[in-house]
Write a protein that binds this ligand. Structure first.
Ligand SMILES: [Fe+2]
Length: 287
């Protein structure tokens, strides 16, 4: 029987029902791949996955990658991240909010950002811990024609150090130089076309996108702020309230996500795999 789907709020993607990872037909896998290309987010609830099954499911969509800057990994499974919340134990206050991450697409400061990720809730906090999602293909499609034309051919620079500083890390000059040596500045089109699906999206990743190439800095900041303000309007933002054994899959080529954070007194454990890019970034076509 074909997988059943319903729309998620804000049309950010679909929830899939009747998904038995132990018993997927070739037709189910084909439908799953189509859903991944056609949506920003896929939600599957009550899916209890062993690490092996999590990896197997990842392989249905592509090649599991090794995240280059993971804060934690599952022992024996280098492809499975167990992210440690940013800011953990900075304060002894149990109410301190940790794990807050601003809007971004993953690893856009690398030459080959991942195609997507599969994130499963293993242990959810009693409060907070939501993840926000935005479909940047929808945002792009609804921009007014003059703004589309203005940004169509622009290129932008993404930097890891810029992101680290926004996350509150105190990165000195020497550390910045070391990070930049490992991850040199990357230039990407502001409007991109996914070479596999043909989907056009707004390629902003506010955590890492520092400036627009060949544009005066004040104008660049103003334009980026305008695009971020449009993209993060309430009509586009879906906040996912996690339940244990939820699996959320996002297509990183057309999705912004962010983490709300949670009080550090509540543990939050997630398992995540990352889908390798199938195309080097340079081959992503400017629309
Ligand atoms: Fe992320």
């Amino acid at each position: 029987m074909a997988l059943q789907v319903s729309q998620l709020p804000k049309n950010v993607g679909v929830q899939v029902y009747g998904f038995d990872p132990m018993n997927l037909s070739a037709a189910d896998i084909s439908q799953f791949q189509t859903l991944f290309n056609d949506n920003s987010v896929i939600l599957i609830r009550n899916i209890s996955l062993s690490p092996e099954k999590h990896l197997e499911l990842t392989k249905a969509l592509g090649e599991p990658g090794i995240h280059p800057v993971a804060t934690g990994r599952l022992e024996g499974y280098p492809e499975i991240l167990v992210p440690k919340p940013y800011g953990l134990a900075i304060s002894e206050d149990p109410e301190e909010i940790v794990g807050r991450i601003p809007w971004h697409a993953d690893l856009t400061f690398t030459t080959s950002p991942p195609r997507g990720a599969l994130l499963r809730a293993v242990e959810i906090p009693a409060e907070g811990g939501q993840t926000g999602f935005i479909d940047t293909a929808r945002v792009y499609s609804e921009l007014d024609a003059s703004l589309k034309q203005r940004i169509q051919s622009l290129q932008a620079v993404h930097r890891m150090v810029y992101g680290q500083r926004q996350l509150g890390f105190d990165v000195d000059k020497q550390q910045a130089a070391e990070v930049s040596k490992r991850f040199p500045d990357v230039t990407q089109p502001l409007v991109q076309t996914d070479p596999e699906s043909g989907v056009v999206s707004l390629n902003i990743s506010p955590l890492f996108l520092e400036y627009i190439v060949d544009m005066e800095s004040g104008e660049s900041r103003a334009l980026l702020k305008e695009l971020q303000t449009i993209a993060t309007q309430e009509q586009y933002v879906y906040w996912h309230e996690w339940q244990q054994d939820d699996l959320v899959i996002w297509n990183n080529y057309r999705t912004l996500h962010c983490a709300a954070g949670h009080p550090q007194k509540f543990p939050r454990t997630m398992h995540r795999t990352t889908l390798e890019s199938r195309e080097p970034m340079g081959k992503l076509l400017a629309a």
